[in-house]
Design a protein. Structure first.
Length: 140
């Protein structure tokens, strides 16, 4: 319970999301309780497949992504359809459904794959874009 309380205290709740700003986004979201769900090629392929589906459905440009065992980084544009929040919700739900129904998560008994929230950094200029891209290359 201490870890949950610590998380609640550290996670800012008054963040403002800037949708339809025309800016690109550096997005990070974590697996539920930072569980390492993405340690196999199969689970990473499920994520990549769902990302491609969302990219086409929402009209996103994906500049890069990194799937770590317990979290994901995305560098992408705003969607041409709906909001970034809608696109990320669709992505997270699609990955969760495929992992749980496919039995990849504890024989289908897992209830949650992702934390509810995500971190979103608006990229306002070319220098920020290159700094964000440098983070991707350093991670890989």
């Amino acid at each position: 319970m201490v870890e949950l309380t610590k998380y609640i205290l550290l996670m800012p709740w008054g963040l403002t999301r800037f949708h339809h700003s025309g800016q690109s986004h550096f997005v990070t979201f974590c697996c539920h309780h930072r569980h390492p769900w993405f340690t196999t090629d199969a689970s990473c392929r499920i994520f990549a497949s769902a990302l491609e589906r969302v990219r086409r459905s929402y009209g996103l440009y994906v500049y890069g992504y990194v799937v770590m065992p317990e979290h994901v980084h995305l560098l992408l544009s705003e969607p041409q359809r709906d909001t970034l929040a809608d696109a990320l919700k669709s992505l997270k739900q699609g990955v969760s459904r495929r992992l749980i129904s496919g039995g990849s998560l504890a024989s289908g008994r897992a209830e949650h794959v992702w934390e509810k929230r995500y971190y979103d950094f608006n990229i306002r200029n070319r220098a920020q874009l290159w700094r964000s891209y440098a983070i991707f290359t350093a991670i890989q």
